[in-house]
Design a protein around this ligand. Structure first.
Ligand SMILES: Cc1cc2nc3c(=O)[nH]c(=O)nc-3n(C[C@H](O)[C@H](O)[C@H](O)COP(=O)(O)O)c2cc1C
Length: 350
């Protein structure tokens, strides 16, 4: 009902209202969800009550972590956060492709900046909070000259306030950002981050995930896999939104500028997830993201090699109740296949 009303508003206005409403809304879904023992896993030393996380971009400023955990998410990734606040690109910059169950956005890392978001994270931990995993997704400011300095700055400042850190080098809306995925540059970035982690004791045990684009060629995927294995990268998130426009799109907004997310990216993002699982010999935890809207698609990502999954666009079309629905479906699928725990299904179709 409310979701239908929100959909009458421009996407960004609807998002702002949603965040306001969520700030004062807690769901009772979580208690039930915590009983699904087959979905519990410990990955990189972190306990996840279920494998479904909120993808970056929904809670850019870490304002609704508690609420999203209460709806049942096993983890919430906040951000992308940049050192300084920035407004992002000119509006309109978010488009709903309703007929395609997709979104195109060219927001450009609009966020309140590390200082303000640090305060939000502190207040989340200071107030009574639901146990749950928080990921801190970081990026660079648009006008920064030295990209690496921005990542190091954010890790130093915010790294201690999350269970893991995501290095976002795959958003399509910050000029030059995706070039950080190039061989050599990505390795340099990883080495500098690890050096920082070694210098700061509290950051030492924070796993680092690198979030990659679904538009990478096979050779680039191989380079990233080899670099990750050689440098003990903790995990990879596959994937961000795509610059491609599948022929299947029918919405009038299909040629808008920016990254496409939602249903039309499910197949391609799952394919590169599968490739990466095989290139890394299943040795590196992968988070599968892209086009998940039901339990079955979630299970497909797991079987393709994901240890965890995330979603965003389905939330826009189905509202936060979608989480408990997906979790229930996923639990059923795991048990029907005769597994005691979801971890037994990881990579089973690869
Ligand atoms: C409006 C919007 C904003 C996003 N902002 C970010 C962001 O700031 N950082 C990031 O890493 N990914 C961002 N994403 C990408 C999502 O985290 C996710 O990788 C992508 O949407 C694919 O998942 P989905 O099909 O379930 O939406 C954004 C996606 C959308 C739709």
């Amino acid at each position: 009902m409310l979701i239908n009303l929100l959909r009458l508003l421009p996407p960004e206005t609807a998002h702002q209202i949603t965040i306001k409403l969520l700030k004062s809304s807690l769901s009772i879904s979580r208690k039930k969800i915590e009983q699904y023992n087959a979905l519990k896993q410990t990955i990189l030393g972190i306990d996840f009550v279920n494998p479904i996380g909120l993808a970056a971009g929904f809670d850019k400023n870490a304002e609704v972590i508690k609420s999203m955990l209460s709806y049942g998410f096993g983890f919430v990734e906040v951000g992308t956060i940049t050192p300084k606040s920035q407004k992002g690109n000119q509006k309109p910059r978010v488009f709903r492709l309703k007929e395609d169950e997709a979104i195109i956005n060219h927001l450009g890392f609009n966020n309140s900046g590390s200082e303000k978001i640090l305060k939000n994270l502190r207040s989340f931990y200071e107030n009574e909070y639901l146990s749950g995993v928080v990921g801190i997704n970081i990026g660079k400011n648009k006008t920064t000259e030295n990209d690496i300095d921005d990542y190091i700055y954010c890790i130093d400042k915010l790294g201690n306030y999350g269970n893991y850190i995501t290095i976002n080098i795959s958003s399509p809306n910050t000029p030059g950002l995706r070039d950080l995925q190039l061989r050599g540059r990505i390795e340099n970035l990883v080495k500098k981050i690890q050096k920082k982690q070694n210098e700061v004791e509290q950051l030492n045990n924070k796993p680092i995930f690198i979030k990659i684009s679904p538009d990478l060629e096979d050779e680039q995927l191989r380079d990233i896999a080899l670099m990750s294995l050689a440098n003990n990268v903790n995990g990879l998130i596959i994937s961000n939104s795509t610059l491609k426009r599948p022929n299947s799109l029918i919405s009038i907004f299909k040629n808008e500028l920016g990254g496409l997310s939602g249903k039309p990216i499910f197949i391609d993002s799952t394919l590169i997830l599968k490739k990466m699982y095989s290139l890394t010999n299943g040795q590196i935890p992968l988070i599968g993201v892209g086009g998940i809207s039901n339990g079955n698609e979630c299970y497909e990502k797991i079987k393709a090699g994901a240890s965890l999954v995330q979603l965003y666009t389905a939330l826009v079309y189905q509202g936060p109740q979608v989480i408990s629905k997906i979790i229930r479906e996923l639990n059923g699928l795991v048990l029907t296949d005769g597994y005691k725990n979801i971890s037994e299904a990881i990579g089973k179709s690869s």
